[in-house]
Write a protein that binds this ligand. Structure first.
Ligand SMILES: CC(C)(COP(=O)(O)OP(=O)(O)OC[C@H]1O[C@@H](n2cnc3c(N)ncnc32)[C@H](O)[C@@H]1OP(=O)(O)O)[C@@H](O)C(=O)NCCC(=O)NCCS
Length: 165
């Protein structure tokens, strides 16, 4: 089944919240948080890129979001439905975000990832992110540390790749 990436819209939020609760049970984002992010994702003054992955039946199977501030962008979230993890969709979503970072003219992209989330860390490393430090107890209530990773020159990591490929 083909999976297409497209801009996230407000009508995706119900399905996104289902995935969010399943994949981030300890610190799932609320409906209000997604609404607030999407409010900044359109028009000439947009500072956000939110993308949805949808299969041929209209099911949302992944999503990701990026926030830009001046020269710097932050990967806010990235998630793939359990049954599609490991199929390369995470890489496609991240490629979309890095293209958006380039379009926002950001020269650096940062993110936080749980120290125990090796799968996500591997994905970020593949795109050139390097660890630069830790934030102790960043994830609450579990008190899990975050590894902070940074990518310089996001345009270089996605050259020659296809968002839908
Ligand atoms: C992290 C996530 C978005 C990655 O999406 P994905 O579709 O699985 O990603 P891909 O298939 O493109 O790549 C996954 C990488 O992890 C590797 N991997 C697969 N299973 C793994 C495992 N059990 N442990 C470690 N690495 C693993 C794959 O080999 C691949 O590495 P490679 O690119 O070097 O081949 C997805 O796993 C997910 O939604 N996880 C739950 C939510 C989450 O943790 N989000 C990140 C928050 S920072």
């Amino acid at each position: 089944m083909t999976v297409e990436l497209r801009e996230m819209r407000w009508w995706d939020i119900d399905q996104v919240l289902e995935l969010e609760k399943d994949l981030f049970p300890e610190d799932a984002w609320s409906r209000g948080m997604f609404w607030s992010e999407l409010a900044h994702s359109r028009g000439a003054t947009a500072t956000r890129r939110y993308v949805t992955a949808e299969d041929g039946t209209g099911r949302v199977v992944g999503y990701a979001g990026l926030a830009a501030s001046g020269d710097l962008a932050d990967v806010q979230t990235i998630a793939v439905a359990r049954d599609l993890q490991g199929s390369g969709l995470g890489g496609r979503l991240l490629t979309d975000l890095l293209r958006a970072a380039t379009a926002f003219e950001c020269h650096e992209v940062m993110l936080e990832v749980r120290v125990d989330n090796l799968r996500a860390q591997k994905l970020y490393e593949r795109f050139g992110f390097a660890p630069i430090g830790f934030r102790r107890g960043y994830y609450q209530p579990g008190n899990v540390d975050a590894l902070v990773m940074r990518l310089t020159d996001p345009s270089a990591s996605v050259q020659g790749t296809e968002i839908n490929g």
